[in-house]
Design a protein around this ligand. Sequence first.
Ligand SMILES: NC(=O)c1ccc[n+]([C@@H]2O[C@H](COP(=O)([O-])OP(=O)(O)OC[C@H]3O[C@@H](n4cnc5c(N)ncnc54)[C@H](O)[C@@H]3O)[C@@H](O)[C@H]2O)c1
Length: 267
Amino acid sequence: MGLLDGKRALVIGAASGIGRETAKLFAREGAKVAVADIDTSGAEATAAQISALGGGSCFVGVDVTKKASVSGAVDEVAGKLGGIDVLVVTPFVSTGMTVMEMTQSDWERQYAVMATGTLFAFQAVIPYMQKQGAGSLIATSSSHFGDYGSMTHPAMMPAYGSAKAAVELLVRSTATLHSPQGIRVNAVAPGFTVTQGSLNTLEEHGVKDMAMIEGMLGPGMPMGLGKPEDVAEGFLFLASDYSSYITGYSLPVDGGSLANAGGKLAP
Ligand SMILES: NC(=O)c1ccc[n+]([C@@H]2O[C@H](COP(=O)([O-])OP(=O)(O)OC[C@H]3O[C@@H](n4cnc5c(N)ncnc54)[C@H](O)[C@@H]3O)[C@@H](O)[C@H]2O)c1
């Protein structure tokens, strides 16, 4: 028996990293999983990996920065699965520019993918969950923003950090408004996790190999660098009925980074 038996889940951003491992874990735990991403071939590959595990899945292309694309994908998935019980939103983009380097387009791109994309996904899925009278919406924050407003984040990533702060507050206001309808709304706040996205971001800053990454970030992380599989377990908890009275929360899944000032202040 799986923790998500009978549930229908949509994971947006599941062509890579944390989203991909979350989709696979959900399938292993019995959910029917729809995989969505702007990278359609990556989404297809995730769906194929789920099928190889014996799970039920489908995939759809989506650009979360475009409201019509999101609502179209959500309608398609709800039609295929017969509803949506769990939504996970994980798209990522970051160029790591400092305040004085920041261009308007870079600022707006990061907001569009991570903050506005989460809003569009919530807006498209909530009507289905209202009809069902139940559901779990799960956004993705960042553990530097998960400790309830302390607002510490690497200075080299002001747009990324601001977009994650927006996600945190979107989660809380959506939870306040929609939890009375049976819709729980939470976020997972990963610490540094080894994914294609995080490696690409570090590479832009000249940090290219795992030894350098370990040296730079490892000391601030009591349990070491995260793997996408570790973070997927946080999403599983918030998707499952074992979090049935938890809403408006941001769950750090960061190997103890937040417990450690070094982790908070690491670049
Ligand atoms: N990896 C980390 O260290 C870390 C730390 C804290 C928070 N996070 C958060 O976790 C989430 C997942 O990050 P990851 O490291 O797995 O990233 P990743 O780059 O490996 O995966 C992100 C996915 O988002 C997709 N995507 C990008 N733009 C999109 C768009 N417009 N529409 C739809 N999909 C789009 C990409 O194609 C990719 O498949 C992000 O929200 C990120 O901010 C990651």
